[in-house]
Design a protein around this ligand. Structure first.
Ligand code: F7E
Length: 423
């Protein structure tokens, strides 16, 4: 039971090792590159470590068979009231049991919005790599909390960059910084654009305070890179999900709801816009891409079988699967996989509802409709595929299966707890 909260995809083993990391080892042997030139012992600082991406990246960096020849010490910034901390602790204990030794994970309690805290933490940890995931990431919440969204998402990054800059002046240490950007920056497309895949040069047209905050941060990354030659870059990530996705996002809300409805502990799902299309990938694939982007000069050197050219400015990359699906299809497919038949879409009081025979399984509730919606997002990952050798390995089918299986286990546990409470 103690491994219960950890999805299968969270365990990174040798057999799933990406060719590029294997390639680094072979390249190093062929060119007799010594460890100290690349720095195989790395210190990583992850902000937002208890979120989905923070947990997946921690699991990856602390899996030595997967990451070899790199050995990581991971530091994470945690807000005092983070609800996902038990999953991270469970991960740490599981890795330590598997590896038969302590893994190096240190948590720092604080917040990226506090410049003093960030300065002090970055100067004491002296990271080689920073991954900035700390953000108010919920698009709908950003309509109700625009100032908070812009504070966390933009000022948080300013504080990180200023602290990293002062570290580099004080100790002549350059830190690589990865910042998480988003496809929401592309926003609403025109009729002519609506069929195009969205690549790095696709125009921005934000439709929420969240998207605006991320566009400001995107330009901040470019500013630090061009003015201070910082090794900072960003991934324009399309939606990425997993069993650890928070249930306020639509895929997890659906898989969790479907599992609970199947077991009879929930009557129906209340959802918003069923026609928005999203390019849904797996968080496990995305964190692999984040590491590759943050090590892009090394990865390019290995792929070209040349040296490492650290004078090249860092670049930004889109990460996506290039395949998209409407929310309605995800919803119907999830119910079908859970064994519900005769699915049909009906209307009640002007809103859609999904029924199985007579039974209403899901219903549109206007409170989940957004003041500004992004109807369609589909990314073009060709630049990261051709330049850095990244490719999505898990498709939507595998993602949905894993999420449904996990949520069925969670729902069974919930039933057990309810039964015990009755005793
Ligand atoms: O919504 C529609 C909703 O909240 C997806 C974040 O990681 O990805 C995520 O943002 C779509 C939208 O994700 C419900 O209107 C329908 O069209 O799962 P979501 P998101 O807004 O796309 C981007 C790339 C980010 O960067 C963000 O940080 O689904 N939808 N019914 C619903 N959405 C929610 N949340 N709940 C519903 O009931």
């Amino acid at each position: 039971m103690e491994n219960f909260l950890l999805p299968k995809s969270l365990l990174f083993n040798d057999s799933s090792k990406p060719p590029i990391i294997q390639g680094i080892k072979e390249w190093q042997e062929r060119h007799k590159v010594e460890d100290y030139k690349i720095g195989y012992n790395r210190v990583a600082l992850i902000t937002g470590i208890t979120g989905q991406d923070g947990i997946y990246l921690t699991a990856m960096l602390l899996s030595p068979l997967f990451m070899a020849p790199f050995v990581y010490q991971v530091h994470g910034i945690v807000r005092k009231n983070s609800a996902s901390l038990p999953i991270l602790i469970n991960l740490q204990e599981t890795l330590e049991r598997q590896q038969g030794r302590k893994v190096s994970l240190t948590l720092h309690y604080g917040d990226v919005t506090d410049p003093h805290f960030m300065q002090q933490t970055i100067h004491s940890v002296k990271p080689d790599e920073i991954y900035n995931f700390a953000a108010q990431t919920h698009v709908q919440h950003s309509f109700f909390m625009p100032s908070h969204t812009i504070d966390v998402n933009f000022k948080g990054l300013v504080n990180i960059c200023q602290a990293a800059l002062s570290l580099s002046f004080a100790y002549q240490r350059s830190v690589r910084i990865f910042h998480a950007s988003t496809s929401e920056m592309f926003g609403q497309t025109t009729a002519q654009q609506s069929d195009s895949l969205m690549g790095e040069s696709f125009p921005f047209n934000p439709a929420s305070p969240y998207a605006v905050s991320k566009i400001a941060s995107y330009y901040l990354v470019r500013y630090y890179r061009s003015v201070y030659q910082m090794r900072i870059s960003t991934a324009i990530s399309f939606n990425h999900e997993s069993p650890l996705r928070h249930e306020s996002f639509v895929t997890r809300k659906i898989t969790k709801g479907v599992a609970r409805i199947k077991l009879g502990i929930q009557e129906k799902l209340l959802v918003g816009n069923l026609y928005a299309k999203r390019d849904w990938g797996h968080a496990r694939d995305f964190v692999r891409g984040f590491w590759i982007i943050n090590n892009q000069e090394l990865v390019k050197g290995v792929r070209n079988d040349s040296g490492i050219d650290s004078r090249q400015p860092f670049e930004d990359y889109v990460i996506a699967t290039s395949w998209s699906m409407p929310v309605l299809d995800f919803l119907q497919e999830a119910f079908k996989k859970a064994g519900f038949g005769q699915l049909q879409l009906m209307r009640d009081n002007g809103y859609e509802q999904l029924c199985s025979g007579e039974r209403v399984l899901a219903k549109v509730d206007p409170k989940f409709l957004r003041p500004g919606e992004v109807p369609m997002l589909r990314g073009d990952p060709s630049k990261i595929e051709s330049e850095l050798g990244w490719k999505a390995e898990i498709q939507i089918e595998g993602l949905m299966d894993e999420m449904l299986e996990y949520d069925e286990q969670v729902a069974k546990l919930e039933m057990l707890v309810r039964e015990r409470a009755k005793l």
